[in-house]
Unconditional design. Structure first.
Length: 80
């Protein structure tokens, strides 16, 4: 099952399948290691849901909700 990164619950994770967007924003995400095939885990959300903290490639990364909505995730089967 696929889901946008912005829609994950804390503790959910999976593999990135697609990164949307254009130009500088997409390039910035790719440069930070947000690439298809990378495993990601949602660690924290701010009280109002923006920003999000994820773990990807062994480090913590903070993204805006608008950026996270561009990232499609294939959920891990063992997480609900």
């Amino acid at each position: 099952m696929t889901k946008k990164l912005s829609k994950l619950k804390i503790g959910e994770g999976g593999k990135i399948t697609f990164v949307e967007g254009e130009g500088k924003l997409r390039r910035r995400l790719l440069d930070m290691g947000v690439t298809p095939g990378a495993n990601v885990l949602l660690r924290k959300k701010a009280p109002l849901g923006d920003p999000l903290e994820i773990t990807i490639r062994g480090y913590e990364l903070t993204l805006r909700k608008s950026e996270a909505s561009l990232i499609e995730i294939e959920l891990n089967e063992n997480r609900k």
